[in-house]
Design a protein around this ligand. Structure first.
Ligand SMILES: Nc1ncnc2c1ncn2[C@@H]1O[C@H](COP(=O)(O)OP(=O)(O)OP(=O)(O)O)[C@@H](O)[C@H]1O
Ligand SMILES: [Mg+2]
Length: 161
């Protein structure tokens, strides 16, 4: 089940992603591991490839609609056999500033989305952890030579580590 993305103790095995297609392929690979209720938390700097990974995830899940950066919306729901909620929490800060009140992930109906589907949250580190008891942290790094690497860390009993 672990698909060799992490070792027996849950330590990620780094995956090198020379091209954007490799990043999308990792998303498709993750899609094959997911069931309703699963959450991906995507971390990594601007342009690391978080949205590219979600694009592959959406392709692997067979959901409808193009996966793009949700620039003007915080989240986008994609219909499919296993529906996908794609959240970009980076904009939560702007939304909070504009609305004058803190915006929480409750506003995004994350829990509702997870009852029959999956969710992928960009910039979700530190926001979603209190809402669920298991998730996959996908950490994308970009080295000085532009080589990108992913590390997938399983959290919670769901993943058996
Ligand atoms: N190996 C790679 N993996 C992912 N993206 C790559 C790779 N090589 C080049 N790129 C390019 O880097 C950019 C990554 O953009 P993407 O929107 O996926 O990043 P992001 O992490 O979602 O950024 P943001 O923090 O702004 O949401 C794209 O233009 C993509 O074509
Ligand atoms: Mg993005």
């Amino acid at each position: 089940m672990t698909a060799d993305l992490w070792d027996r103790t849950g330590v990620p095995v780094p995956v090198e992603l020379p091209t954007v297609e490799d990043t999308e392929a990792l998303g498709r690979r993750l899609a094959g591991m997911l069931q309703a209720g699963d959450l991906l938390v995507l971390t990594g700097p601007l342009g690391a490839g978080k949205t590219a990974l979600v694009r592959g995830l959406g392709a692997g899940l067979g959901v409808s609609g193009r996966v793009t950066s949700p620039t003007f919306v915080l989240a986008r729901q994609h219909r499919g056999p296993l529906p996908l909620l794609h959240v970009d929490a980076y904009r939560l800060r702007d939304a909070a500033a504009t609305s004058g009140r803190p915006v929480t992930l409750d506003d995004l109906d994350l829990e509702e989305a997870l009852t029959d589907g999956v969710a992928a949250v960009e910039w979700g580190e530190g926001l979603v952890e209190g809402l669920v008891d298991a998730w996959l942290e996908v950490r994308l790094e970009r080295a000085d030579d532009d080589l990108r690497t992913a590390r997938v860390r399983p959290v919670g009993a769901r993943w058996g580590v």
